[in-house]
Design a protein around this ligand. Sequence first.
Ligand code: MG
Ligand code: MG
Ligand code: MG
Length: 309
Amino acid sequence: MSADKIIVIGHKSPDTDSICSALGYAAYKQAQGVNAEAGMTAEPNKETMFALEKFGVVAPELVTSVPAKQKLILVDHNEEGQAVDGMRDAEIVEIIDHHRLGGISTASPLFVHIEPVGCTSTIIANMFWKNDVKMSTSVAGLLLSAILSDTVLFKSPTCTQQDKDTAAKLAEEACVDLKEYGMAMLKAGAGIDGMTPEQVADTDLKAFEFGTVKAIISQISVMDPQEVLDIKADLLAAMKANCQAKGVELALLMVTDIMNESTHLLVAGEPQDLVAKAFAKPVEDSCVYLPGVMSRKKQIVPPMTEAAK
Ligand code: MG
Ligand code: MG
Ligand code: MG
């Protein structure tokens, strides 16, 4: 990418929102004459590939690290631990996000738009409409895909009325049946067929700090959690190896059951009693079963943060 180009980029272990909101926001900026281009920190997952193929969009350029002073727009994250390598010495010009503030500091003032909605793409779609920027059918499809993914077809507790209204409008613009397309997309992404235990343990991995405890939390959403639990021993080994490799003490893997709206939380490393305290349940056989839990952001991170106090 040329040096004067602004890179719009989501978090590491990109999910559908991180890639589709980067593509959507880059299109929004380009429509306003800004020299912006989408990037991605790693290859798209199966679900995101399904969305890109459905709407005939090429994946963004792979950007695994950025040089000093590179102008960046962060979408779908704002924490350094989740950002592309080199972010600390880059110039962040904008942040568009729907997560907690995670301790970032910048040299210069910047444009920040953070809202507690279910998806970054909800914010971006509404920026298009509010500012009368023409949205292509494919961008509408990508933004819709991100909302369906982040809200797990509106079932996640992070989902707001604004996400539902925005998705309905986007589905019309993208000419797809919302429920039918959403199920097909989630199905394409669910399941661990052809994945190694290491790849499963690395799915949608994010780094956090809970008090003094450095932790990583991954999440895999599936239709059939048993096929994941069947390889639990291998997953725990991969999670422990991750702790070593990433210099963290605790690794959690959310095995989220899309249909049953529940999560088996696998726990590797220490302190396990922090996890037990957070969810008021013992960690049994390296696992805590959490009915009704689907959201890392709303149902895992806050109790872990509270328990660490
Ligand atoms: Mg995300
Ligand atoms: Mg998101
Ligand atoms: Mg997500």
